[in-house]
Design a protein around this ligand. Structure first.
Ligand code: SF4
Length: 679
């Protein structure tokens, strides 16, 4: 089964049983095995290359074959002073490739490069107030600790210091164009990598946007803790050896059922099992709890959304929802009030236990909301990216880019139109100001109510507000002066943003705009629940739920009216039929879209889509971010570029159509006389 590498060690720190499933292709793995694709979706794929630029003296160990790489590293380590990239160090079965290793005499600095933004004031030395590793950083620190342990074992006579090199949230990009110096290239085996295309300027080397933070305290906290293996407590080093030994023997470390199982990547859907893939989770639970196949028909308690008691209950052996004491939940109120989180939980548990698959809607509450709306309704959704390397001089790492929006309109008489969209993907072009102008133009024609789903759109508009304000500050810089000149409509744009938003928590200026956007997610939480959503309120769960319950929507969208001349105007679809069935259920419309990329597998595409769900809102979508990154940094044939653009436009259009459909479904239910809204 190979060596215990950094990434396997991190998995084992999450749950040692995962080592058994890792690399066994018969088990469904819901994590991207292509780490580059993952980095693309997260925006930090160029950080490693930039970090190497900051160490121009470094020598890279390119060899992928372990023995050759280890031998080459051994040779290089004979030098008194040297910087090595990707050096390979092997001790028994433990293998590490160190991102950057600085050797100065008997001192080693191991530098682990990560694309996670670091804010010195908030993140400090990666420890929390109790002196433990901050959970936000634990996988990064575990990674560095594993490397330090292996280096100490091979070089006991050396002092080893561990650093994390990270995009510094408080740094400011000193130049234009740094962002475009790193491009994506396709290797012979089809995989992609980042290459530096231009030298860094002196300014870029002096004013670095990555920071190397000493992580020794947090790393030592991991190194000098004890870990449980086979009922024995042991130091990290012995623990790692035990893990490596069970890997070599192909043994499975006995599973322990815990909250983390909920997010375990080794689980398969029924469909996937039918196709022959195995579910690691099922195997674990059968082994640990003596369960049979039928036990999985009962939903587990951690399917209840935001249920903090679930952890204690699991520890007490209460796994199935049906074993919960109903007294654990508040009663669902019969009065006409907005649901609290606890009441939603009660509703979910009760419906599950009764086998009741009908939806719950508070008609009068929703009705009051609807009465306050002004038609036509405007539904908007943004696609955004947060590049680690800023697009512009004066910007900070991970400062947001709003590169796309979609806009649907729903009229009082029921007419729907996909009225507008915006997509800016030219390499190096900074879209935010043009984006806001285009949005203003779309929305200023009337005073209709505007809808967003979740906080994302409001946060981004607040961010653009600050960027516009900043661009107006006095500057000696010629280029900034030029930018100011292009922002002659600055005051108008600021006024517009304020009119449709509310200020965010950390904003020094406070406001609530007269046309402040309505958050559809908040309305879902208060007034709507459907068992198909399980514990999630993500729009990707709400949409199929509404479609499956609504006869009106099924009748309307089963016809090819979407994008047809006499039907609903669409900018990207033609005669689209949104209602299609599989085994009696409406197919999730997102599954009807073409793949975002032709050169990744269906599974990878699915995982990218799932990242959207994990983000809780489509705006956090990994697939759109990855697509934008490729359009920015990859030289590709025009047709391929066009295909990605078309896919992006369709995805974003469906995001706002989903909002239209949810409101249409609610309008239909609100018009019904009988009351299914209360329990
Ligand atoms: S299902 Fe649970 S016990 Fe099994 S590998 Fe995943 S996290 Fe570990």
């Amino acid at each position: 089964m190979g060596y215990l590498t950094k990434s396997r060690f991190i998995k084992a720190m999450e749950c040692p049983t995962k080592l058994y499933y890792e690399g066994r292709r018969e088990y469904r793995n819901r994590q991207l095995e292509d780490s580059f694709l993952e980095a693309l979706a997260e925006g930090g794929f160029q950080v490693g290359e930039l970090a190497r630029c900051y160490h121009p003296e470094g020598i890279k160990v390119d060899e992928r074959d372990t023995d050759t790489a280890v031998k080459k590293t051994e040779e290089l380590m004979k030098k008194k002073n040297i910087t090595i990239f990707e050096g390979a160090f092997l001790s028994n079965q433990l293998l590490v490739r160190v991102d950057i290793l600085e050797k100065t005499g008997n001192r080693l600095n191991l530098i682990e490069v990560k694309a996670k933004s670091y804010d010195g004031d908030k993140d400090g030395d990666f420890l929390n107030q109790r002196g433990n590793v901050n959970s936000n950083w634990s996988d990064k620190i575990n990674d560095a600790a594993f490397q330090k342990m292996v280096l100490k074992r091979i070089f006991p006579q050396y002092a080893v210091d561990a650093y994390l090199m990270l995009p510094d949230k408080n740094s400011i990009c000193p130049t234009e164009g740094l962002h475009q110096k790193f491009k994506i290239q396709t290797l012979e085996n089809g995989r992609k990598t980042v290459v530096q295309q231009q030298e860094l300027t002196e300014e870029e080397l002096d004013e670095q946007i990555l920071i190397a933070v000493n992580a020794n305290k947090a790393v030592d906290n991991v190194l000098y803790s004890y870990y449980s293996f086979g009922g024995e407590e042991m130091p990290l080093e012995n623990f790692a050896d035990c893990l490596a030994a069970s890997m070599e023997k192909g043994e499975k470390i006995p599973p322990v059922v815990k909250m983390e199982c909920k997010a375990c990547e080794f689980q398969a859907t029924e469909d996937e099992e039918a196709k022959g893939l195995k579910s690691g989770l099922k195997e674990c639970w059968k082994e640990a709890l003596g369960w049979g196949e039928e036990d999985f028909q009962n939903p587990a308690i951690f399917e209840i959304g935001n249920f903090p008691k679930a952890k204690t209950m699991l520890a007490q052996g209460i796994i199935k929802m049906k074993d919960l004491d109903p007294g654990e939940f508040e009663p669902v109120p019969s009065e006409d009030v907005a649901l609290t989180t606890k009441q939603r939980q009660a509703l979910q548990a009760k419906k599950t236990l009764r086998g009741d698959f009908t939806s719950w809607i508070n008609r009068s509450g929703l009705g009051r909301e609807m009465d306050s709306w002004t038609y036509p309704l405007h539904l908007i959704d943004f696609e955004t990216a947060m590049p680690a390397i800023p697009m512009h001089k004066g910007m900070r790492p991970y400062e947001g880019i709003a590169f796309q929006f979609s806009h649907h309109v729903l009229h009082e008489d029921g007419r729907v139109e996909h009225r507008g969209e915006y997509l800016k993907d030219e390499p190096g072009a900074f879209p935010n100001f043009e984006f806001i102008r285009a949005l203003k133009k779309e929305l200023e024609e009337d005073q209709g109510t505007i809808f967003r789903y979740a906080a994302h759109e409001n946060s981004y508009l607040n961010m653009i507000y600050r960027q516009i304000q900043r661009s107006g500050e006095n500057s000696e810089d010629h280029e900034e002066q030029e930018e100011k000149e292009t922002l002659q409509d600055r005051e108008e744009l600021l006024r517009f943003i304020k009119s449709i938003t509310k200020s965010t928590k950390n904003s020094p200026e406070k406001w609530v705009g007269e046309r402040n956007m309505v958050d559809l997610l908040e309305l879902v939480k208060k007034y709507y629940y459907d068992p198909r959503m399980k514990g999630s309120n993500s729009i990707k769960k709400v949409l199929p739920a509404v479609l499956n319950q609504s006869e009106y929507l099924q009748e309307k969208y089963k016809e090819p009216i979407y994008g047809s001349r006499r039907g609903i105007p669409s900018l990207n679809f033609e005669n689209q039929i949104w209602i299609q069935y599989q085994e009696g259920e409406v197919i999730d419309p997102y599954k009807l879209l073409p793949p975002m990329f032709q050169d990744i597998t269906d599974e990878e595409q699915e995982i990218l889509d799932e990242q959207i769900e994990r983000g809780g809102s489509i705006a956090d979508g990994g697939a759109a971010m990855a697509a934008y990154a490729r359009l920015q940094f990859e030289d590709m044939p025009r047709e391929e570029r066009e295909e990605i653009r078309r896919a992006l436009l369709k995805y974003c259009e469906l995001d706002t159509l989903a909002m239209v459909m949810i409101i249409e479904g609610w309008r239909e239910q609100s018009n019904k006389k009988e009351d299914s809204g209360t329990e």
